[in-house]
Design a protein around this ligand. Structure first.
Ligand SMILES: NC(=O)N[C@@H](CC(=O)O)C(=O)O
Ligand SMILES: [Zn+2]
Length: 421
């Protein structure tokens, strides 16, 4: 087994110390054969955990594969990702979730935890085989029709009831489809100016309000994907105050970018839910710090060139995010390491039930961690991304922080900022 000694590392911003990684765990002492890494000036965080990653395999391997997405994740400081179910075929059976899980093991760069679909084919008509996916080798506990909203309230209720038996979670893409027909961007001043059909904030807020009531009624666990509006934050705040079992995520792009960018008509800024206003961004940041929003999740949504480099109206929504998430969050929150570790590692690991991830990096815990150089600055170059897709909204943007190394169970997946395999 490999062993490493991280010399002079700052754990979550604390005074420099030496951290030994022996046989996959954090150890009190390094053995004499340990490989020494000069980690002075570097900050150790528990390996990041993403609750919302689109890996596109099976079906759109031209946009991403489990392997290329895993490499992008490791380079972004992640040690675990939850793979969304909107693949082709859809991950709505034990067979498909086991395939994704197995591909993740074979790639071996992050733990890939499949998310199962709520409904057959994401069609919103009939519950998928939730129990069979839960008891499969992939041990699915989060279910989502992400990309589509489970719009039928009776079906949503049934799904919440079903997963309650095994403490599962329904992760909702909150979008009332009747209110977003033909929508191209956030509905507001900018959409009016550009003459584009708007996606009103209430389309998200109405579904979250309905779903927290359903989750409360059933006593089951709800997770809200990519929250994007100030009004959604208020609904969540009230639900949490009442003790509803609801958690929520925000993406890095919704913490930084606004709908003004649509004025460029550059489809790289087209995403679901759409980029909102500056006051939404402000509310989302506050909610994340407060804990009303529990986690940052990337919604890494790779798309092939022909699906993005076309007219705005025809472009698919989505942005890649795994390799820029931590730098974006650093630019938003500053070096609040404990907060970052909580929102990007501990809490997502707890929600997804990924034991061994999101630890406090104390002696004995599994060595899932990442080393960050907070003083480094990087100009994002899409050509340098390990993701198979290039649809980043940060091309040419200078972002703080560089991920220097990532370890999965004590084995480096990234060293000197480069993927090990
Ligand atoms: N976020 C996006 O804009 N796109 C996602 C689906 C989704 O989460 O809506 C995708 O799969 O491309
Ligand atoms: Zn979604």
């Amino acid at each position: 087994m490999s062993s490493y000694l991280l010399r002079g590392v700052s754990v979550l911003g604390a005074a420099p110390t030496d951290l030994a990684l022996v046989d996959g765990h954090i150890s009190g002492t390094a053995d004499s054969s340990a490989e020494v890494i000069d980690a002075s000036g570097l900050v150790a965080l528990p390996g990041l955990v993403d609750l919302h990653t689109h890996l596109r395999e099976p079906g759109r391997e031209d946009a991403e594969t489990v392997e290329t997405g895993s490499r992008a994740a490791a380079l972004g400081g992640y040690t675990a990702v939850c793979a969304m179910a909107n693949t082709s075929p859809v991950a709505d059976t034990a067979g498909v979730v086991e395939q994704v899980w197995r591909l993740g093991r074979e790639a071996g760069m992050v733990d890939v935890q499949p998310i199962g679909a709520v409904t057959v084919g994401l069609a919103g008509k009939q519950l998928a085989e939730l129990g069979a996916m839960a008891t499969s080798a992939a041990h699915v506990r989060i279910f989502s029709d992400d990309g589509f909203c489970v719009a039928d309230p009776r079906l949503m209720r049934r799904a919440l009831e079903y997963v309650k038996a095994f403490d599962g979670i329904i992760a909702q893409h909150a979008e009332e489809p009747r209110l977003t027909e033909g929508a191209q961007m956030h509905e507001g001043e900018v959409s009016t100016r550009l003459g584009l059909t708007g996606w009103p904030a209430v389309a998200e807020e109405a579904i979250i309000a309905r779903d927290v009531l359903l989750a409360e009624h059933v006593g089951s666990r709800l997770h809200v994907c990519h929250v994007s509006t100030a009004g959604s934050v208020e609904v969540l705040r009230q639900a949490k105050a009442r003790g509803v079992r609801v958690t929520a995520e925000v993406t890095p792009h919704h913490l930084l970018l606004t709908d003004e960018l649509a004025a460029s008509y550059n489809p790289v800024y087209k995403v679901n839910p759409p980029l909102r206003t500056a006051s939404d961004v402000h509310a989302l940041r506050e909610a994340l710090v407060e804990g009303v929003i529990d986690v940052v999740a990337t919604d890494h949504a790779p798309h092939a060139v022909e699906d993005k480099e076309c007219e705005w109206a025809y472009a698919r929504p989505g942005m890649v995010g795994l390799e820029t998430a931590l730098p974006v969050v650093l630019s938003v929150l500053g070096e609040r390491w404990d907060l970052i570790a909580d929102r990007m590692s501990r809490t997502p690991a707890r929600i997804a039930g990924l034991t061994g991830h999101g630890t406090d990096l104390s002696v004995g815990s599994p060595a899932n961690l990442t080393l960050v150089d907070p003083s480094a600055r990087r100009v994002v170059d899409p050509a340098e991304l390990a993701s198979r897709s290039r649809n980043t909204p940060y091309a040419g943007t200078t972002l703080p922080g560089r991920i220097v190394a990532t370890f999965l169970r004590g084995v480096p997946t990234v060293l000197d900022g480069k993927a090990v395999k």
